[in-house]
Design a protein around this ligand. Structure first.
Ligand code: ATP
Ligand code: MG
Length: 457
């Protein structure tokens, strides 16, 4: 069985000693000082996670021994198990809480739940006994921009921040160099850094972790994956995704009502998903109002006998209206490529939603069939939402586990949920490429069954 190796600060400081955890799993009742539910005091620390506790990530069966790689259990060498470390509080911790200065930074785009994670990190740090907690404003930029000052954080400051969307700290794209960030961390005496962001942010976090090791700094860098697109490898799902799908349904429902109430109405809804169509697929499945779902992983034609437009004509003739859901990264071969990049170096995508809307109008005009086309892009309305109940809980657990991971002495790790259990991953394992919808998966075929759409190739 293979197991991901989690980088730990003892890798660079082998002689470091750990101290008993001060993290209290049971709340004392304020009146008596006893434990609320009457457990004997020797059980007061029950519930700690052992560093050897692990969760089965996957069992892979290989068709031949040669493709199985190095780590095998079976004598025929045809299957491999991968395990990941369980997240949670450790009985022994690496940092003395009074010596900790913790910082939180949020980068990239907005995602529902950012404030929930920030809040929970602060609350959990305080329970460990940390008093120096700061927020770095506007992403990595806040480390070096002299106009921006760090924000002191406490339970009082964050108490109600989860009631609104966005990020209390602000976000940004683009960044100063890694060594300037680490210089700034040294200046500020930061020894625990929590980084909330997507693939790009995690690449940055891993580089900061490497630079801290190179400089022999006792600094723990812990990520919390923030991607509304749900495109991080190995995780069941990431926070904000559930809220996004729920909110996307409102836009789809509006598009449906508009289309259904118009003569030959056609609604086009563009949803997030630069390289992964999870939101579009799940929103289509959830709403039941989508006739055509288009995602980046599945190529399609607009024109021709098997094109989207021909199918739309059929839908208009047979049911009078239609709704299309398209992920922003879908059909990029059909839109003009500008080669433009954003501040973080991400390619600026062409607008497939507008393109489809224009093509539909043109097509129906050409064939002499009236059509009433309406286009909805709810992206920013969805991203700015506050987290729903499911995401609120996920954010709470991830935030707590991020703090437990840092206190345990791990660095260069990120938190996630895997086969319903909460775990730690080494950052490079989850960001090597974006997770995508498998066009051969059951889920995509379920989506096709529910929309009734044919292959558009
Ligand atoms: P989103 O899901 O919103 O795209 P993201 O984390 O991928 O989130 P980016 O704008 O790509 O968002 O990156 C966020 C920050 O990480 C930026 O400040 C960017 O400069 C930095 N960054 C991106 N890629 C790298 C990298 N390979 N190495 C170091 N830093 C990076
Ligand atoms: Mg990104």
């Amino acid at each position: 069985a293979s197991r991901f190796r989690l980088p730990h600060l003892t890798d660079i400081f082998p002689d470091a000693t750990s101290i008993p955890s001060t993290f209290c799993l049971r709340m004392r009742t304020p009146v008596t000082g006893d434990f609320a539910d009457g457990y004997p005091s020797d059980e007061k620390w029950h519930g700690y996670i052992n560093n050897r506790d692990r969760v089965l990530l996957k069992t892979i069966h290989y068709s031949s021994p040669t493709s199985a790689g190095a780590v095998c259990i079976d004598p025929d060498c045809t299957w491999v198990e991968q395990w990941v470390h369980r997240a949670g509080p450790r009985e022994e911790i690496y940092f003395k809480p009074e010596e900790v200065k913790a910082a939180i930074v949020t980068c990239g785009g907005l995602c529902p739940g950012l404030n929930d994670v920030i809040r929970q990190i602060v609350i959990t740090l305080e329970i460990y006994g940390v008093t120096k907690i700061v927020g770095i404003p506007f992403g990595y930029r806040g480390f070096t921009d002299k106009e921006l000052t760090e924000m002191p954080l406490s339970r009082k400051v964050v108490q109600n921040v989860h009631l609104s969307g966005g990020s209390l700290l602000g976000v940004s794209r683009g960044a100063p160099g890694i060594s300037e960030i680490v210089d700034s961390m040294e200046e500020r005496d930061i020894n625990i850094l929590f980084v909330l962001g997507g693939n790009g942010t995690h690449a940055g976090a891993n580089a900061i972790h490497d630079e801290c090791r190179r400089r022999k700094l006792k600094v723990a860098v812990v990520g919390v994956p923030k991607t509304i697109d749900n495109d991080i490898l190995l995780m069941d799902k990431t926070f904000g995704f559930d809220t996004a799908v729920e909110e996307a349904q409102r836009a789809i429902n509006s598009a449906y009502i508009e289309a259904h109430s118009a003569f030959h109405g056609i609604g086009v809804v563009k949803l997030m998903g630069r390289s992964s169509g999870f939101i579009a697929m799940h929103a289509s499945l959830a709403s039941g109002q989508i006739d055509i779902c288009l995602i980046p992983e599945v190529p399609f034609h607009l024109h021709g006998p098997h094109g989207v437009l021909g199918h739309l004509k059929y839908l208009i003739e047979t049911k009078g209206s239609a709704v299309i859901c398209v992920a922003e990264g879908a059909g990029q071969n059909l839109v003009e490529q500008t080669n433009a990049k954003d501040a973080s170096g991400n390619v600026v995508l062409g607008d497939i939603g507008v393109r489809i809307q224009q093509e539909i109008k043109k097509y129906f005009k050409e064939i002499g069939v009236p059509a009433d086309v309406k286009y909805i892009d709810p992206t920013y309305m969805i991203r700015a939402c506050r987290a729903n109940a499911t995401d609120g809980i996920l954010c709470t657990v991830l935030g707590q586990n991020a703090v437990h991971g840092a206190f345990a002495g791990f660095s260069g790790i990120t938190v996630g949920i895997c086969n319903t259990h909460y775990v730690y991953f080494p950052i490079p394992e989850v960001i090597s490429y974006p997770r995508a919808v498998d066009p051969n998966s059951r889920m995509w075929h379920r989506c096709l069954t529910s929309t009734g759409q044919p292959d558009f190739i």
